[in-house]
Design a protein around this ligand. Structure first.
Ligand code: ATP
Ligand code: MG
Length: 195
């Protein structure tokens, strides 16, 4: 499961857990992006913070792991490269790529989209506020309805910067990490912020 994970939240974790259960997966690998090419217009938090929050959030689940392939590869992150790296590390694995409805809608615009279908089976999951449909021309795409979690990282960042609570939107350890490192404190407001 790829994502910016800025920060990881319970929507991501429910999606991963549901797909793992329905498709009987041995492992879900969370892959925080390097510099995401769709998000070059906004400042994304340091890769190391996003990676560590993902580790904290997934540590208690024996089937959840976190990969550094995207944050250690220089340049912008493309999913086709992620899949190539993961399949080189796990030559015998059948790869599934988990994506929410909003990301699924854009999938054909991803670099080398035509080659992605050979590398992994794509599973699109429902997300509140987004229509879930398999893109035309896409091969090997499954759709799955999951419990609706109306949570986004954007909302978590805004709430955190405004001093509003983010408890129960993200795992407890992630709340504590955000507060400890003031990850989303408003830089224009000295001493204010992370809440
Ligand atoms: P941002 O608001 O910064 O874009 P986000 O909440 O969309 O953050 P991403 O890291 O962009 O999180 O998403 C990673 C993947 O998780 C994407 O495929 C996205 O569609 C999926 N996803 C994110 N939140 C949910 C959710 N609440 N339910 C289902 N899928 C989700
Ligand atoms: Mg997003």
């Amino acid at each position: 499961m790829g994502g910016t994970f800025d920060p990881i939240h319970h929507g991501h974790l429910v999606a991963a857990s549901e797909v793992a259960s329905v498709f009987d997966l041995d492992e879900v690998v969370f892959v925080p992006t390097g510099q995401p090419w769709q998000k070059q217009d906004r400042q994304v938090s340091a890769a190391e913070h996003r990676y560590l929050m993902t580790v904290v959030a997934t540590a208690s689940n024996p089937r959840f792991t976190v990969s550094r392939v995207d944050i250690d590869r220089p340049g912008p992150t493309y999913t086709v490269d992620t899949l190539r790296d993961l399949s080189a590390q796990r030559p015998d694995a059948d790869l599934f790529f988990i994506t929410g409805a909003d990301a699924m809608a854009q999938i054909l615009s991803w670099k080398d989209a035509g080659q992605m279908w050979d590398l992994a089976y794509f599973v699109g999951v429902t997300r509140p506020g987004h229509e879930l449909a398999a893109p035309e021309r896409a091969h090997g795409v499954g759709l799955l309805e999951i419990p609706a979690m109306a949570i986004s990282s954007t909302d978590v960042r805004r709430r955190s910067a405004a001093g509003k609570p983010v408890w129960y939107l993200v795992p407890d350890g992630v709340v504590q990490y955000i507060n400890k490192y003031r990850v989303y404190a408003d830089p224009r407001e000295p001493g204010g912020g992370a809440g």
